[in-house]
Design a protein around this ligand. Structure first.
Ligand code: 13P
Ligand code: SF4
Length: 301
C-alpha cells in the first residue's frame, strides 16, 4: 500500500478531512481536501462534517481551526511547524496603548498566537485587511504583529491613524530587491506579483500585491505569460497547475517557510493513525480569542 493509499484509508476510518495552505509541499497539496490562503482555510474550517481536521500548515492555523470548532479534533502533522511572526507582539503594549487612546482598535493579523488574538478587537488576513480596517469606526488602529501588512493597509487608508508594531515574516522580509530587479532584467515582460508581507521596496516595484489566493487568481486572469512571484515558493504548485502555458519565476534565493515544509505525507499518516499532536486550547482562552475571529468573518461578508 502506498503512503497516499494509507492516508485515504485512514481518512475514511477516522472520518477526517485534510486542510492545507499553499505553502506546504506539492505532494501534500495534492492529497488535501481543501487548499487555500489563510482566509479561505479559516472559513472552510467552520461547518465541516468530518469529526477530525488534519491541518497542514503552521500552528496558528490549527489553533484558529480549533478555536472556531471546539467540538472537532484538530491534528497537526508536526507541532514544531510554527510561524515566527505569530509571536512578534505583546499583550502589555496592547494594554498600554488602550490606556493612551480612547478609540483604539487593535487589529490582529491572523498570523498570531491565541494569546495575541484574545487582546485584539478584530482579526484580518492579507486577503481582507484593507476592507476590514476601512469598515471599522475607529480612527486609531494598532496593527499587530506585521509591520509590512500594516503599512500596505495604511497606504490605502490615509484617513486612519496607524500605530505600527515591529513584527515581520522572516521569509518575506529577507526577499532580495537586487534579485527581483535581476529577474525583471532577465524577463522584462514579466509582471511582478507580491505578497503584502514583503517590505515596501519590493511592494513598490510590483504590478499586483495580494494574498496567496489573490496572486494565484491574478496570474490566471492576466493576459500576461510571465510572472515574477514574490512570496513563498509553495505557491508554484497551484500556479503551474492552473496555468500550464505560463511561466513563473522566483528569486535565486527561493523564499522557503521552514515551518510549512515540515509537513510530510508520512507525518499526516502518523497523526491520523495515532491521534497524536492534537491541538488543545483552554475554554477561557478560546472564548476570548474567538471574538476577533468571528468579527473578521462577519466584517468580511
Ligand atoms: P495568505 O493568507 O496570503 O495565504 O498568507 C499566509 C502567510 O502565512 C503568508 O506568509
Ligand atoms: Fe509565517 Fe512567514 Fe511562514 Fe507565512 S511564510 S507562515 S508569515 S513565517
Amino acid at each position: 500500500m502506498t503512503i497516499i493509499e494509507k492516508i485515504q484509508r485512514l481518512k475514511k476510518e477516522k472520518n477526517a478531512v485534510i486542510l492545507a495552505h499553499y505553502y506546504v509541499r506539492p505532494e501534500v497539496q495534492e492529497i488535501a481536501d481543501y487548499i487555500g490562503d489563510s482566509f479561505f482555510l479559516s472559513k472552510a474550517a467552520v461547518g465541516l462534517k468530518a469529526q477530525t481536521i488534519v491541518f497542514c500548515g503552521v500552528s496558528f492555523m490549527g489553533e484558529s481551526a480549533k478555536i472556531l470548532n471546539p467540538e472537532k479534533t484538530v491534528l497537526m502533522p508536526d507541532l514544531a511547524a510554527d510561524c515566527p511572526m505569530a509571536h512578534m507582539a505583546d499583550a502589555q503594549t496592547v494594554k498600554k496603548l488602550r490606556d493612551s487612546y480612547e478609540d483604539l482598535a487593535v487589529v490582529c493579523y491572523i498570523n498570531s498566537t491565541a494569546e495575541l488574538k484574545r487582546c485584539s478587537d478584530v482579526c484580518v488576513t492579507s486577503a481582507n485587511a484593507v476592507k476590514i480596517v476601512k469598515a471599522l469606526p475607529n480612527k486609531n488602529i494598532y496593527f499587530i504583529p506585521d509591520k509590512n501588512l500594516a503599512h500596505f493597509a495604511a497606504d490605502q487608508i490615509p484617513e486612519k491613524n496607524f500605530i505600527f508594531n515591529e513584527g515581520y515574516c522572516p521569509v518575506h522580509e529577507r526577499m532580495q530587491l537586487a534579485e527581483i530587479k535581476r529577474a525583471k532584467e532577465e524577463h522584462p515582460q514579466a509582471e511582478v506579483l507580491t505578497h503584502p508581507e514583503c517590505p515596501d521596496t519590493v511592494r513598490n516595484m510590483s504590478d499586483y500585491i495580494g494574498s496567496t489566493s489573490g496572486i494565484i487568481a491574478y496570474a490566471a486572469k492576466s493576459a500576461g505569460q510571465e510572472f515574477i512571484i514574490c512570496t513563498e515558493n509553495g505557491v508554484r504548485y497551484e500556479l503551474e497547475k492552473q496555468n500550464p502555458g505560463k511561466h513563473f519565476y522566483f528569486t535565486e534565493t527561493e523564499p522557503v517557510c521552514q515551518g510549512m515544509k515540515l509537513i510530510t505525507l508520512e507525518k499526516i499518516a502518523h497523526v491520523l493513525e495515532t491521534g497524536e499532536n492534537e491541538v488543545h486550547v483552554s475554554e477561557e482562552l478560546r472564548m476570548e480569542s474567538i471574538k476577533p475571529l468571528q468579527n473578521m468573518l462577519k466584517l468580511s461578508e
